[in-house]
Design a binder for this molecule. Structure first.
Ligand code: OVM
Length: 403
C-alpha cells in the first residue's frame, strides 16, 4: 500500500483535510491556497493528488482514458476498496462499457424529451412562486429549493407516490459516500438501509408509471439498447443524481441573489436573465464541489507526473473561481458575467446527463419569482448544510417585496 511518505517530495503539499467541517463550510480560502500552491498539489492527509485550477481540472475531466472513473468517483479505489453500493453504470464506468449506457441515457433525457415537460413544470413553478410572494417571508431552502424539484421530478420519472421522502436522504447519502470515512459519511451510511430498500424497489419496472423517464429506460432495454439488468441501475442513477443536486443548485442561486439584492434587481428587470443567473450561481457556488478520478497510467500534469493508480481529487468549485480563467473578480457574483464554460456540470464524456432537466427547473422557478418580486433580502442568518461533496444550505431565510 502507498503511504503518504511514498509521495514525491517535489510537489507542493497542503496539510489540510478538504473534508473537515471548516473547509466544507467555507471552502474558498482553502481553494485559493490550493490554486496558488501550483497546478498540481499533494494532500497527504488522504494520500491524494489534487488540482484546483481551471485549466488542469478541465483537462483532467476531458482525458477519460488517463483519469478513469471505473475505479470510483469518490475516495474509495474500487480496485482495492469495496464500494458501498454496486457501482453506477454511468458515473463509475469507462468506455467501452460506458458508451452504450450513456448513449441510451442521452436519448431518455434528450432536449426534445425535456421540452415536452415545460408546460407542466411552468404551471407548478408559477403556483409555488405566487404562494411564496403572498407569504412575503419564507425559507428559500425548505419552502422553495426543496419543494419545487420534489413537485416535478418524481412525477417526471414516474415514481410511486409513497416513499418520496427517501429521495433527499438518498442523494445526501450518495454524495457523502464519495468522501473519506469521516463522521458525515458514517452517519449517512448508518441510517441507509430503509432508504436504499425503497430506492431499489422504485427502480423496478412495475414500480414506474408509463410515460416517465423510468419507463423510457426500461423501453430502451426492450429495444436492446441496454440490457434488462442495466435498466434498474440506470433508474438508480436518476434517483441518485437528480434531486439533491437541483435542490442545492436552487438553494445556492437563491442565497447568491438574496445576498446581492442589486443582482436580483437586474433579474427582476429582465426575467429572461434567469438562465444566466443560474449559470453564474453554479459557477460562484458549485453544488457539486469535487469529484475524484484514478490514474490508469502515469499522467503528466504541468511538468510533474502523477503515478499510475493514484487517486486524484478535482476541485470543480475551485476551478469555477480561478482568477486565471475568470479574471480578478472571480469571487464576485455577477449575473451579467459570461459564466458559460464553468465545470459545475463536469466536462467531457461524464458531463451531467440531466443538465437540460436541471436547467429547465431552475429557469422556470427563478423566472416565475423574478417577475413577481421587486426585491429580495436575507431575513436571517443562513445555515450551511455540510456534505462531503455538495455545497449548500439547510436554511436561507428571505423577505420579498412584491412587484
Ligand atoms: C449515478 C450518479 C451520477 C452522478 C452523480 C451521482 C450521487 C450519482 O450514476 O449514480 O452522485
Amino acid at each position: 500500500m502507498t503511504t503518504p511518505t511514498d509521495l514525491p517530495a517535489t510537489l507542493p503539499s497542503l496539510p489540510d483535510d478538504p473534508f473537515d467541517a471548516g473547509v466544507l463550510t467555507d471552502p474558498y480560502p482553502f481553494h485559493r491556497r490550493l490554486r496558488d500552491a501550483g497546478p498540481l498539489a499533494l494532500l497527504p492527509r488522504h494520500n491524494l493528488h489534487a488540482m484546483g485550477r481551471f485549466d488542469e481540472v478541465k483537462a483532467a475531466l476531458g482525458d477519460w482514458a488517463t483519469f478513469v472513473s471505473g475505479r470510483g468517483a469518490g475516495l474509495a479505489d474500487f480496485a482495492r476498496d469495496k464500494p458501498w453500493r454496486p457501482p453506477s453504470l454511468l458515473l463509475e464506468a469507462d468506455p467501452p462499457a460506458h458508451t452504450a449506457v450513456r448513449s441510451a441515457m442521452n436519448g431518455v433525457l434528450a432536449p426534445r424529451e425535456i421540452r415536452a415537460l415545460r408546460a407542466g413544470f411552468t404551471q407548478v413553478a408559477e403556483e409555488i412562486a405566487q404562494h411564496l410572494v403572498e407569504r412575503g417571508a419564507f425559507d428559500a431552502v425548505r419552502d422553495l429549493a426543496e419543494v419545487y424539484p420534489l413537485r416535478v421530478f418524481p412525477d417526471a420519472v414516474g415514481l410511486p407516490a409513497t416513499g418520496r421522502e427517501n429521495l433527499l436522504p438518498y442523494g445526501s447519502l450518495a454524495f457523502n459516500a464519495f468522501g473519506p470515512d469521516n463522521e458525515l459519511r458514517r452517519a449517512a451510511l448508518a441510517s441507509a438501509a430503509p432508504v436504499q430498500d425503497w430506492i431499489l424497489a422504485s427502480c423496478q419496472r412495475d414500480a414506474l408509471a408509463p410515460g416517465g423517464f423510468g419507463a423510457r429506460i426500461w423501453a430502451a432495454a426492450d429495444r436492446g439498447d441496454i440490457t434488462h439488468e442495466q435498466a434498474p441501475m440506470l433508474v438508480r442513477s436518476l434517483l441518485s443524481a437528480g434531486v439533491d443536486t437541483t435542490v442545492h443548485g436552487l438553494a445556492n442561486t437563491m442565497y447568491a441573489l438574496a445576498s446581492h439584492p442589486g443582482q436580483w434587481e437586474l433579474l427582476h428587470e429582465q426575467p429572461r436573465l434567469a438562465a444566466f443567473a443560474f449559470d453564474e450561481a453554479l459557477r460562484w457556488e458549485s453544488p457539486v464541489q469535487t469529484f475524484f478520478r484514478t490514474t490508469a497510467r502515469d499522467a503528466p500534469v504541468a511538468g510533474a507526473v502523477i503515478p499510475a493508480g493514484s487517486k486524484v481529487l478535482l476541485f470543480l468549485g475551485s476551478a469555477n473561481r480561478d482568477p486565471r480563467r475568470w479574471g480578478a473578480d472571480a469571487d464576485q457574483f455577477d449575473v451579467r458575467r459570461r459564466a458559460a464554460g464553468h465545470v459545475a456540470f463536469g466536462m467531457g464524456i461524464h458531463q451531467c446527463v440531466g443538465q437540460p432537466l436541471a436547467r429547465l427547473e431552475a429557469e422556470l422557478v427563478l423566472a416565475a419569482l423574478a417577475r413577481r418580486v421587486r426585491r429580495v433580502e436575507l431575513a436571517g442568518t443562513p445555515v450551511p448544510r455540510l456534505n462531503n461533496t455538495l455545497k449548500g444550505w439547510a436554511s436561507v431565510p428571505v423577505r420579498v417585496e412584491p412587484a
